[in-house]
Design a protein around this ligand. Structure first.
Ligand SMILES: C[S@@+](CC[C@H](N)C(=O)[O-])C[C@H]1O[C@@H](n2cnc3c(N)ncnc32)[C@H](O)[C@@H]1O
Length: 257
């Protein structure tokens, strides 16, 4: 596949921050520009990948042998199938991303690997992914599934998010689970953090940020595990002459009874 190397790509930009080798000069320039404004970005994305390992282990411990990862980015740097196949190479993993370049590059990276596939699709319409013949064949119609919905919620409106999560709930068997991270409202309200949001807007990447009160009403009837909603990646950011601690992302595991 020919890549448009005049524009940065989100999946490859993430790969660069994660220390991967699947990125080009245009991605590295954009990633470095973002990192100048938000020096915590590498620690943040590395922490998020570490959490994928923990979520995958929890899915496995609770009997799930199939994972569907929405808005996955590139399948590199300890992404879901790598984490899953360390535990059990028979775990089936379906990746989905809306970006055709990420998906095409993902196909090259995954070529010949068993028990994993990558489909292009919109997480706001998840049935197209779940009911695709390739997914049905790989999952063998198993609906006891762990869903990853990580660093994606901010790319969907409330209506899209509420409908997507409800569709996943209705499709999944009881016992299924969903790992979710939601970027915090502070990205919108804090001027230091909002500079980064504006940089993304300049490359036409729009995003929506939420407080727990705003996203809690979107995930019913999924249930929250007793661990609750964890505020992760607190960072010390400049605030006048001092620094202050801000919340960056909320993380939680939901389940269907
Ligand atoms: C911030 S990255 C997160 C990657 C990965 N989930 C992680 O946590 O490292 C978001 C990814 O979601 C994809 N994306 C954005 N909107 C989407 C949508 N509506 N459906 C599916 N994927 C989407 C982007 O192309 C990008 O690869």
């Amino acid at each position: 596949m020919q890549y448009d190397l005049t524009k940065p790509n989100t999946g490859r930009t993430f790969d660069y921050w994660l220390g991967g080798s699947h990125n080009f000069e245009i991605d590295r320039q954009f990633a470095d520009h973002i990192a100048q404004q938000w020096p915590f970005i590498r620690d943040q994305v590395l922490g998020e990948r570490k959490r994928i390992q923990d979520f995958v282990q929890k899915f496995y411990d609770q009997g799930m042998r199939a994972i569907v990862d929405f808005g996955s980015g590139l399948p590199t740097c300890n992404n879901t199938h790598i984490a899953a196949h360390k535990i059990d190479p028979k775990i089936r993993v379906v990746y989905c991303d809306i970006d055709p370049i990420t998906v095409a590059y993902g196909h090259e990276i995954l070529e010949g690997q068993p028990n994993v596939l990558f489909l292009q699709g919109d997480a706001s319409k998840p049935l197209a992914i779940l009911d695709a013949p390739e997914t049905r064949a790989l999952l063998e119609n198993n609906r006891l599934v762990g869903f990853n919905f990580l660093s994606l919620a901010h790319m969907l409106t409330d209506q899209q998010l509420g409908e997507a999560w409800r569709t996943l709930y209705d499709w999944a068997m009881p016992g299924s689970s969903m790992a979710v991270s939601v970027p915090a409202k502070e990205w919108e309200t804090n001027p230091y953090m909002n500079r980064l949001v504006q940089s993304y807007r300049q490359v036409n990447l729009f995003s929506y940020y939420r407080s727990p009160a705003e996203f809690e009403k979107l995930y019913a009837p999924w249930k929250l595990t007793p661990e609750g909603i964890l505020a992760c990646n607190p960072s010390e950011i400049p605030d006048g002459d001092k620094t202050k601690t801000v919340r960056i992302t909320y993380v939680m595991t939901l389940y269907k009874e």
